[in-house]
Design a protein around this ligand. Structure first.
Ligand code: NAD
Ligand code: TYD
Length: 349
């Protein structure tokens, strides 16, 4: 059976890398990118593949069940890779309901439409992309494994945890074939400049303060976005139905050390005197309920599927900085909202 794969959230940061990989690597698949283009969704991310024969974009909100059903029927969807979500913790603190709507209700809508549309559930896969933040905060050492109990601490992670539970419930109750991956913090090209790394790159470039929450001692495990997309490809094709796989970079950093690394590298690239950008570091009020440490044990996906990160952090950070410096227009557009015009120009009304 020919695969017509629905990738939701394909205009976002991680989604665009997944869409690109699948469109380019699998010309025999039809890739349907479904995205409602929130502030975080940008079709410019897909300019390299937007004219490919095996690619279609559908501007649809996952809260719109009728439109979702039409997309399944029109493209005879065989599989789903679900990335569409509200993804920023700080926004979840000011507007939790937006996260309940998209991340929980949107996911359940998608599960319902898939379950009703697919006749023989054996032949189809619902792949749900999730986060390590569902496991809570590692305040006393250790690592998150696939059996770590869920303990979400922010409205964002609570909404992702709920969506993971629904996916497992549909697998158990209706025998939908599902797989879930929980990944650590991603960085790389095309990330909206509200997250730590692109925000700092943008602010260093513009000589603006670098807001470090609290003491800057919180720890995250960072993975280059293309390595996450490679992992999704492997799990989609070789993962076991009903299983969970953790994905991580084996790469823990304190926030303040990352900010300093960005300052040092950018001083070099911008021809600034050593130490110039570090003066921009500004300690600000801590995030409410700020999780101290995330760290993934990715040995299951490594052993069972042979995945491992391909890029060292310093190399990935250099590539990321270069991408942002070379793509000034992208940065200007996402920060000014001009990418809405891009959509109109390319797809009309
Ligand atoms: P993002 O915010 O960059 O992109 C999200 C995309 O989803 C955007 O294109 C947006 O337009 C779309 N979207 C949002 N609401 C929608 C709706 N109601 N209907 C249709 N489309 C909608 O997010 P990201 O960082 O690319 O994350 C993608 C997925 O990966 C999310 O599920 C996130 O929870 C998960 N994840 C992210 C990270 C990370 O570090 N960024 C780590 C692990 C897991
Ligand atoms: P973020 O990129 O928002 O990812 P997440 O909260 O999902 O891990 O933040 C990464 C870390 O950086 C987190 O500990 C919060 C911190 N942070 C700052 O110190 N300053 C900032 O301006 C931002 C956005 C984040």
């Amino acid at each position: 059976m020919k695969k017509n794969i629905l990738i939701t959230g394909g205009a976002g940061f991680i989604g665009c890398h997944v869409v690109q990989l699948f469109v380019q690597k699998y010309p025999e698949y039809h890739i349907i990118n479904l995205d409602c283009l929130t502030y975080a969704g940008n079709l410019e991310n897909l300019s390299e593949i937007e004219n490919s024969k095996n690619y279609t974009f559908e501007k649809v909100n996952i809260l719109d069940v009728e439109a979702l059903t039409s997309v399944f029927e029109k493209h005879q969807i065989t599989d789903v890779i679900h990335l569409a979500a509200e993804s920023h913790v700080d926004r979840s603190i000011t507007d939790p309901l937006a996260f309940v709507k998209t991340n929980i209700i949107g996911t359940v809508n998608l599960l319902n439409v898939a379950k009703s549309y697919w006749k023989n559930l054996e032949n189809h896969l619902f792949y749900h992309v999730s986060t390590d933040e569902v496991y809570g905060s590692l305040d006393h050492g250790g690592f998150f494994t696939e059996t770590t109990p869920y303990d979400p601490q922010s409205p964002y992670s609570a909404s992702k945890a709920a969506s993971d539970h629904f996916v497992r419930a549909y697998s158990n109750t209706y025998k939908l074939k599902t797989v879930i991956t929980n990944c650590s913090n991603n960085y790389g090209p095309n990330q909206f400049p509200e997250k730590l790394i692109p925000l700092c790159i943008n602010n260093i470039k513009n000589n603006r303060p670098l807001p470090v929450y609290g003491k800057g001692e919180n720890i995250r495990d960072w993975l280059y976005v293309v390595d996450h997309a490679r992992a999704i490809d492997m799990v989609f094709h070789n993962g076991k139905s009903g299983e969970t796989y953790n994905i991580g970079g084996f790469n823990e950093w304190m926030n303040i050390d990352i900010v300093k690394l960005l300052c040092q590298k950018m001083d070099g690239k911008l021809g600034r005197e050593k130490g110039t950008s570090e003066k921009l570091i500004t300690y600000v009020k801590d995030r409410a309920g700020h999780d101290l440490r995330y760290a993934i044990d990715a040995s299951k996906i490594q052993k069972e599927l042979g995945w491992e990160p391909s890029l060292q952090f310093e190399e990935g950070i250099s590539k990321t900085i270069e991408w942002y410096l070379e793509n000034e227009t992208w940065l200007d557009n996402v920060t000014s909202g001009n990418y809405q015009k891009y959509y109109q120009d390319h797809y009309g009304k």
